[in-house]
Design a protein around this ligand. Structure first.
Ligand code: ADP
Ligand code: MG
Length: 379
């Protein structure tokens, strides 16, 4: 669950051409984590920004404050606005903490941990879960269907077959036989749902589910809902590069930078956004090379191999939950099927870079994006 795919507010294209992120004007959502300060931080007195670590990544809340630092009344207004922002950010982060405990697959006690544990025995068992967990699993199952199995939360047994090289040990990648065996455990139709008892069961022993490709987006939406409910109308919630952007920066629209997948310390594109989610999935965040092949963290549930058609996919959508799932699914589907599936969702736009270094996009994004040619893939 990495994917620090995005950066907010890259100031203009000239700068974009010169180099990537940094400087105080940029809000480095997608920058090197070490370069991102934790805690409240913003050079501009009209912006409140706070970053904390959750869900294995950095979550950030950025709120545009009301007031003018040049006048006395304006400064008072800013101070009051800032107090409200501090409270709201606290509420938003509390919401992320709550959801992390529900959705983590690492915590045995989480709903997902219990569902997986109940599938380690034969026969597998039903597990009662919170309605909210049930709903997100149901949603994932439906989305899997609409994305022809390219997005599938039952990918778990496949992920276990890959290990990056560590402590002198060589990387591990599966044999064809191992892949075949694991693929029998993949498929959302084997997630059984009992609507009346609000319970979930994985039909086949050793199945595993993981919400890594959708839970962060869900948490971003939930955090944004908290900010809205507390009266904020201009903010960004950034869950490790999964963004929801509302209203405007005090001077202009919020801008989101999209990382250059083959040179991820820089951006190749910026998007002005307002009132929508922007989520990127890329092959550059977590990967290892083995015998000339890039093994990264998004697997094609239909073949069990790392998806190899696209290097990065950015999706804009009304909600981050949908954008997150779509970015992962489209990444697997590739440029042709991916764009086709995207078109079947109202309000969804896509910007992608293929593993050959070609940029593709839907018409709605083409109208607003500023970009340069991304760095070509290494030979
Ligand atoms: P990130 O977490 O880096 O933002 P994604 O949203 O694309 O990126 O999610 C990738 C994570 O989703 C993987 O780390 C893994 O846990 C899970 N995953 C991998 N492949 C798939 C897939 N085809 N469908 C659903 N989940 C997947
Ligand atoms: Mg995703």
């Amino acid at each position: 669950m990495l994917a620090l795919g995005l950066v907010v507010a890259v100031p203009g294209c000239k700068r974009l051409r010169q180099r990537g992120p940094a400087s105080d004007e940029t809000l480095p959502a997608g920058a090197d984590p070490a370069a991102r300060r934790l805690g409240p931080a913003s050079a501009d007195p009209r912006i409140y920004s706070e970053t904390r670590t959750y869900m294995g990544t950095l979550f950030r809340v950025v709120i545009a404050l009301r007031g003018d630092p040049k006048t006395k009344a304006g400064r008072q207004s800013l101070a009051e606005s800032r107090r409200r922002a501090v409270d709201a950010a606290r509420g938003a982060f509390a919401e992320v903490v709550r959801l992390e405990a529900l959705f983590s697959s690492y915590q045995e006690s989480s709903a997902i941990g219990r569902i997986n544990a109940a599938a380690t025995r034969k026969p597998t068992r039903w597990v009662k879960v919170d309605q909210e967990v049930f709903n997100l699993i149901l949603r994932s199952k439906k989305l899997s269907h609409r994305m022809k199995g390219a997005f599938d939360i039952t990918f778990g047994p496949l992920a276990r077959l890959y290990r990056p090289p560590a402590r002198g040990k060589a990387a591990r990648v599966p044999t064809a036989a191992k892949l075949r065996a694991a693929l029998r455990l993949v498929g959302s139709k084997n997630i059984l749902l009992d609507y009346d008892r609000v319970a979930v069961r994985l039909a086949r022993p050793s199945m595993r589910i993981g919400l890594g490709a959708i839970a962060k987006g869900y948490a971003v939406d939930a955090a944004a809902a908290v900010l809205k409910s507390m009266g904020h109308t201009a903010f960004i919630v950034d869950g490790g590069g999964d963004l929801y952007v509302m209203g405007r920066h005090p001077d202009r629209r919020w801008r989101v930078g999209i990382k250059d997948p083959y040179k991820p310390s820089t951006y190749f594109a910026t998007l002005p956004v307002q009132g929508m989610a922007v989520v990127t999935s890329g092959n550059y965040e977590r990967y290892f090379m083995h015998e000339g092949v890039r093994y990264h963290h998004i697997l094609d549930p239909r073949t069990g191999r790392p998806a190899d058609k696209l290097a990065s996919v950015t999706v804009t959508a009304p909600k981050a939950t949908l954008a997150d799932a779509l970015a992962t699914g489209i990444f697997v589907l590739g440029p042709v099927d991916g764009i086709e599936v995207a078109k079947s969702f109202p309000g969804v736009q896509v910007l992608a870079v293929t593993t050959a270094g070609k940029v593709i996009m839907t018409p709605g994004i083409a109208k607003v994006v500023k970009y340069r040619a991304p760095t070509p893939p290494p030979k």
